[in-house]
Ligand binder design. Structure first.
Ligand code: CS2
Length: 498
């Protein structure tokens, strides 16, 4: 344990690491900020307790070659700044990642050359777990139903060249085929992405892809590979100049550093036939069924985040902390969390959803993090079904109230408005979404009712039965017209007042 010092009125607790792992037992797909602040931070604690065989090999499959190089240059050490609030931060050194690979395309358009090394690492008997944070779109599943997007060009390429795969499902299939061929037990696959039934969805993607190649392989995967689900929670904003600048103020000069809130939760289904770190000593909740926790987190936390992300930027709000100080936003969030999301959840008795909602508001209000709303707004097409729409359907089925989905309806209208990519002052901003082209086509309609209908007609996202419910489809159309006529803030005020 380290020292505490006072600089710029910040109390910094330094925690150094002496934990260089001896072996690699986990391969992780998605070497981003979240992984460094969450899974690697937890595994670091396991290694500190002497579990030396669980070092991590982290790979980026799409972008960011530079990060792996930076980690390598600095001997696989980086810092994680956990902010309790503006005045208190714990600065941890983390060494759990001991190999970094790159198989994506870098800023110069060059393809990473580490695929053979990655496949070799995945075929190593020491590798017993593969964890993933590749975001929702990295699984190549249709957002609503969760079926594999066979015609997606990246998946089609992995089907055509299965020994040179580039997608997460493609690499898993090839690695599992090699292990089967070599007579090795398969690794366990642990998705750490914000999707419902993330284990089952990952299994579906991998098995469907394997089936295209070899039915016996698909059956072997189905019967032999464990895909436990997990719920991950920690707010980790993307690093920007401001975040690095604030770290420098207390002497942390680390281009691989990340910042997060102090809160961390990881709930994992305990199904690891090849063994696992003793995660529960690091605060992980090992459970039999993760679904209630996952659904709660997706609908309450992530659902609330998305509401802020699509309404806030058009009201001139930039960050989550800024947005939750706005009384109108507070009203919208309370309505959404307590009256629309919470009633759809069935939690163990020990969980109070009112307390959960209150704690979330406090976490959102942590103004030591600059969590940008535009960051959360990314990939809405992939997020809406699990955050709002499934719960919305459940809520409609259980309630006669005309306004059963008041907040959700406004959120969907705000999302549609947001995906136009231009704010109320006429300034353009990028709409980052794998379905951006399709969404742009919908916006070509002249009338707002037609634009709303076109977007809600995308069946990969919206179920026709939800859209045809007057308490949903028609109300979204009305809300979008009102946003376009009055502006986001006035429309929201009016919407919540009636
Ligand atoms: C956010 C999440 O960007 C987003 O979509 O809602 O990254 C959120 O911060 C995490 O899930 C919190 O655990």
């Amino acid at each position: 344990m380290g020292s505490s010092d006072h600089q710029d009125a910040i109390d910094v607790v330094h925690i150094a690491s002496n934990n260089a792992p001896e072996r690699i037992g986990i391969v992780h797909f998605g070497l981003g900020a979240f992984h460094r602040a969450h899974q690697a931070r937890v595994v670091e604690q396991c290694i500190a307790r002497g579990e030396q065989e669980w070092g991590i090999c982290s790979v980026n499959l799409r972008s960011n070659r530079a990060l792996g190089e930076t980690l390598r240059d600095q001997g696989f050490r980086y810092h994680l700044a956990e902010y309790t609030d503006r005045a208190h931060v714990t600065l941890r050194e983390v060494r759990a990642i001991s190999e970094a690979l790159f198989t994506g395309t870098d800023a110069q358009g060059r393809q990473g050359e580490d695929l053979p090394a990655l496949l070799a690492r995945l075929s190593d008997p020491d590798t017993r777990i593969v964890t993933l944070t590749v975001t929702e779109k990295g699984y190549y599943l249709s957002p609503g139903e969760g079926t594999l997007l066979i015609d997606n060009p990246a998946i089609a390429a992995d089907i055509a060249h299965h020994d040179a795969p580039r997608t997460a499902p493609g690499i898993l299939v090839e690695a599992l085929a090699r292990r089967r061929q070599a007579g090795l037990a398969p690794f366990t696959v642990l998705s750490c992405d914000n999707m419902p039934d993330n284990g089952e969805r990952t299994r579906r993607a991998v098995v469907a892809l394997a089936r295209r190649r070899d039915v016996a392989l698909a059956e072997w995967i189905e019967s032999q590979v464990a895909f436990p689900s997990s719920m991950v929670d920690r707010i980790v904003p993307a690093m920007d100049e401001d975040a690095f600048g604030r770290l420098q103020r207390f002497g942390c000069e680390d281009p691989a550093a990340v910042v997060s809130e102090a809160f961390l939760q990881w709930v994992i289904e305990d199904h690891f036939p090849q063994g696992r770190p003793d995660w529960s000593h690091a605060g992980v909740e090992m459970v039999e069924d993760v679904a209630p926790f996952e659904t709660m987190k997706l609908r309450m936390l992530n659902g609330a985040h998305s509401l802020l992300a699509y309404t806030g930027p058009l009201m001139g709000l930039e960050t989550v902390a800024e947005a939750v100080t706005d009384p109108l936003m507070q009203k919208l969030l309370r309505r959404y969390m307590l009256e629309e999301a919470a009633p759809t959840l069935s939690m163990p008795e020990s969980v109070s959803l009112e307390d959960y909602a209150r704690d979330l508001m406090a976490r959102f209000g942590n103004d030591s993090l600059r969590h940008r709303l535009h960051q959360i707004a990314m990939d809405g097409s992939q997020k809406l079904p699990q955050r709002w729409l499934r719960g919305g359907e459940a809520r409609l089925a259980a309630s006669d109230d005309e306004q059963a989905l008041k907040a959700t309806v406004f959120g969907v209208a705000a999302w549609i408005r947001y995906t136009r990519g231009v704010d109320e002052q006429g300034r353009a901003y990028p709409v980052s979404d794998p379905m951006a082209d399709q969404l742009a086509q919908c916006h070509a309609h002249e009338k707002s009712v037609d634009r709303a209908a076109a977007v809600m007609g995308i069946e990969a996202i919206f179920s026709p039965s939800l859209v045809s419910a007057p308490r949903f489809g028609e109300q979204v159309q009305k809300a979008l017209s009102s946003i376009e006529q009055l502006g986001m803030r006035a429309a929201l005020e009016q919407h919540l007042a009636t």
